[in-house]
Design a protein around this ligand. Sequence first.
Ligand code: ADP
Length: 202
Amino acid sequence: MITVGLTGGIGSGKSTVAAFFEDLGVPVYHSDARAKILMETDPRLRDALIGLLGPETYREGQLDRAWVASRIFKDKALLEAVNALVHPAVRQDFLHWSEDQDSPYVLQEAAILFENGGYQNMDRMILVTAPETERLKRVVARDGAAEAAVRSRMKHQWPDARKRALADFEIRNDSLPHTRQQVGEIHRELLELSGSAGLSEC
Ligand code: ADP
């Protein structure tokens, strides 16, 4: 089985692209959603996060994402410390999950697979891109977020040019029909790749 990373900056259209792959029957591991579940259910991770961020991390047992985001996105060291706790837990969880999948390839959708070095564990990488002005507009419309808050999230992510140099495939998410078409083409290539000798045993 081939493992394929699906990444892109905030608002680039990762979730949209992931849904198109799911429409084709490809299993997708949603790192962000799984990370939230692990942060709420893994007792060791929970204790470590409370130790790092304080008891306000959880409100009535639920992760207070807005509060955590407000702390970590203005403090780079804290963001890195949180990532150092969460990413290994997500990696382990992804490996367990992929063992249960019966598919020529699986996708891991994650916002910062290049930035955190996670791409090195994947067989192939897909990068989703869209112009920054479009991404800003889409996230403000999707989340009702303030433009400044979105920009500050973007500052922690690599520019597309740097990610493009490490990606195997790029999906330019301009119009949705064009994006779906690109997904279909990459899907065919990945099926071919997973059937070829050498990688089939990965
Ligand atoms: P990401 O997961 O990368 O943050 P999303 O897939 O959630 O991005 O896309 C951000 C927002 O933009 C969503 O509301 C989505 O429906 C919308 N969107 C995604 N792709 C397009 C597109 N090609 N044209 C118009 N809107 C789009």
